[in-house]
Design a protein around this ligand. Structure first.
Ligand code: PBG
Length: 326
């Protein structure tokens, strides 16, 4: 028997760079990225987050330049996190008119209006106890927290946010926020729900960046158990019913099966959140010379697209823009 008569030659389509690019199924493009930013109070601050090399907390006076740099890289959407000086039991910094996210949003929309602002709608950066809602009997009270979340969303919309992204994992948050936005006249503002958010050790470096580590206990009564798959579909289903326009799966790297499940079961755009720990691990390994950072990052972000992500929230967005432009 001659070789090739009764088996397939898959290598034909891998024979050259041109051939490979002709048959490539998934691509990264800057249109699909959302870049997270951390805004601190005060002036002339640009503090590198120790566990996240290349990620900075910046003060308001740095925003204009930062947005212009991002736009010139092709990044057209930012997710805004606030790091306030003052915290209290209720997390009132999240919903006051002069809150740090509200100030940052107003400034971005005034100076660089083309930039899409996705406001993170949560309380953990603003509460003295670091939990994502109001505490009663040592746990987060769902329905009391919803009221504050709705206020936060409306105040962010008042400031000009283009998309509201609630992340605190209270039951009913999409329903309550949709209703509050509609009543305030913001029927056109979409909700990008953290539909599927696991209680993950991968958030560690973020909690340094946003100063949001819980002061007691953990988030396991509201964020999901990493062991569960059907629960992710139940969470996503209720968010869709309640009016979510985008569905976030978070973290991304260890949850690509869930990204695919959500993509296959719902019609809304799926967003993979490539979280802080996923970033820090790669940066640390790269600094040690243990991996090829560029190849590894492009591979893992492309894997998110292959898994079904339409959009990717990533601290690597700037690096990716530079690599894709090379
Ligand atoms: C706020 C929030 C968190 C992240 C995004 N929004 C932290 C948490 O839930 O503890 C994590 C993002 C990251 O790790 O990059 N609730």
């Amino acid at each position: 028997m001659e070789a090739g008569q009764n088996f397939k030659r898959h290598r034909r389509l891998r024979s050259s760079a041109a051939m490979r690019s002709l048959v490539r199924e998934n691509h990264l493009r800057m249109d699909d990225f959302i870049y997270p930013i951390f805004i601190v109070e005060g002036e002339n601050k640009k503090n590198e987050v120790p566990s996240m090399p290349g990620v900075f907390q910046i003060s308001l006076d740095h925003i204009k330049k930062e947005m212009e740099d991002l736009l010139s890289l092709g990044i057209k959407a930012v997710m805004v996190f606030g790091v306030p000086d003052e915290k209290d039991e209720q997390g009132s910094g999240a919903f006051i008119e002069t809150g740090i996210v509200q100030e940052a949003t107003r400034l971005i929309k005034k100076e660089v209006p083309e930039m899409l602002v996705v406001a993170d709608t949560c309380l953990c950066e603003y509460t003295s106890h670091g939990h994502c809602g109001v505490i009663h009997n040592h746990d987060v009270d769902n329905d009391e927290s919803l009221k504050l979340l709705a206020k936060t969303a409306v105040s962010q919309a008042d400031a000009g946010a283009d998309i509201i992204a609630p992340s605190n994992m209270m039951d009913g948050f999409v329903a309550v926020i949709r209703q509050a936005l509609d009543e305030a006249g913001y029927t056109n503002i979409p909700i990008m729900s953290y539909a599927v958010k696991y209680a993950s050790a991968f958030y560690g470096p973020f909690r340094d960046a946003a100063d949001s580590t819980p002061q007691f206990g953990d988030r396991k009564t509201y964020q999901m158990d990493p062991s569960n798959r059907m629960e992710a579909l139940r969470e996503a289903e209720s968010d869709v019913e309640e009016g979510a326009d985008f569905l976030i799966v978070k973290p991304a790297m260890s949850y690509l099966d869930i990204v695919r499940d959500v993509k296959n079961n719902f019609k809304a755009p799926v967003v993979a959140y490539n979280v802080s720990g996923e970033y820090s691990m790669v940066k640390a390994a790269a600094q040690n010379g243990w991996i090829n950072e560029k190849e590894l990052v492009l591979e893992k972000l492309t894997a998110m697209k292959r898994a079904g992500a339409d959009l990717i929230i990533s601290y690597f967005a700037k690096d990716v823009a530079r690599w894709l432009n090379e």
